[in-house]
Write a new protein. Structure first.
Length: 282
């Protein structure tokens, strides 16, 4: 028996109906709401692109900022370190005072290869003429200082030290430390110009040189021995030009080498040895 159900051709069958989307809330359908939502979506899209770019830019700038911040304390912690003369002077002024430092008339530190008026020769606890003689490279009780050579305890850079200078206003032009070892420093020795009856520096023309201090109580004064020790030679070979004799009041006499003829000495006789006598016609 034939099936009585209609068989509709497949081409004539209706497509299945998809379910309708759920209805939107009534407020979304309002024109103002739709506009607001559209703007919000646009801003969200822009933010998704711009924010990563900003973060990347900030990360790349961070090393520069860090370097700047770390260098700032360094430059502020070392004021004046620019290589300028002012910075150098400030550093010298704040340094500790040492034996051998050279000074201005106001006791400011100066280079020793330039003009200066005094030098630091020792600590406050060791300040006497023997200290100055040793500083100059001499031997106490053999080398004799000029009367103008003075020592004093003075404050230099807030430290009490022993200083030496030659009279008021005398300007030194070279370092006095160990000057006598190198055959310099005649300005610190004691010479006399009998033509004017004045003490002079041994760098100036003079007629006599003091070669000993007054003897101690009970000590005999042997000027010939002193002269040979002072000059490191036998002065008898210069007997025609110079003589050795004591000068001064009894008990305070000093040995002196003086010229015999109408001549002058032009340098100190200390350590003469085999050198020619520094003498010339007056």
């Amino acid at each position: 028996m034939a099936d009585s159900r209609d068989e509709t051709p497949a081409s004539q069958r209706a497509d299945p109906v998809e379910p309708s989307p759920p209805p939107q809330p009534p407020w979304i359908e309002r024109p103002g709401v739709k506009t607001f939502l559209g703007i919000g979506g646009f801003l969200a899209a822009v933010a998704s692109v711009v924010i990563p770019l900003l973060l990347q830019s900030e990360d790349s700038a961070s090393p520069t900022d860090t370097s700047f911040n770390s260098s700032a304390p360094t430059s502020s912690a070392t004021p004046g370190a620019t290589g300028t003369p002012e910075a150098t002077g400030s550093a010298i002024a704040s340094a500790s005072v040492d034996v051998g430092d050279c000074l201005s008339p106001t006791n400011a530190l100066l280079p020793c290869d330039g003009p200066h008026t005094a030098e630091v020769i020792g600590p406050e606890s060791d300040c006497d003429t023997g200290t100055l003689v040793r500083y100059l490279g001499g031997v106490p009780e053999v080398d004799v200082l000029a009367p103008e050579a003075g020592i004093a305890i003075e404050r230099v850079d807030d430290s009490p030290v022993c200083t030496a200078r030659i009279g008021a206003g005398f300007v030194l032009t070279s370092h006095a430390r160990d000057a006598w070892v190198g055959g310099r420093g005649d300005e610190w020795r004691w010479c006399i110009d009998d033509r004017s009856a004045q003490n002079v520096h041994c760098t100036q023309p003079h007629t006599a040189e003091v070669i000993s201090e007054p003897p101690l109580q009970g000590e005999s004064l042997d000027c010939r021995r002193r002269a040979n020790e002072y000059t490191a030679t036998d002065l008898s070979r210069y007997a025609f030009d110079i003589t050795v004799a004591p000068r001064g009041p009894e008990g305070a006499q000093q040995c002196v080498i003086e010229v015999r003829t109408n001549s002058v000495l032009t340098a100190s006789l200390r350590g003469l040895r085999s050198s020619a006598l520094p003498i010339e016609s007056a």
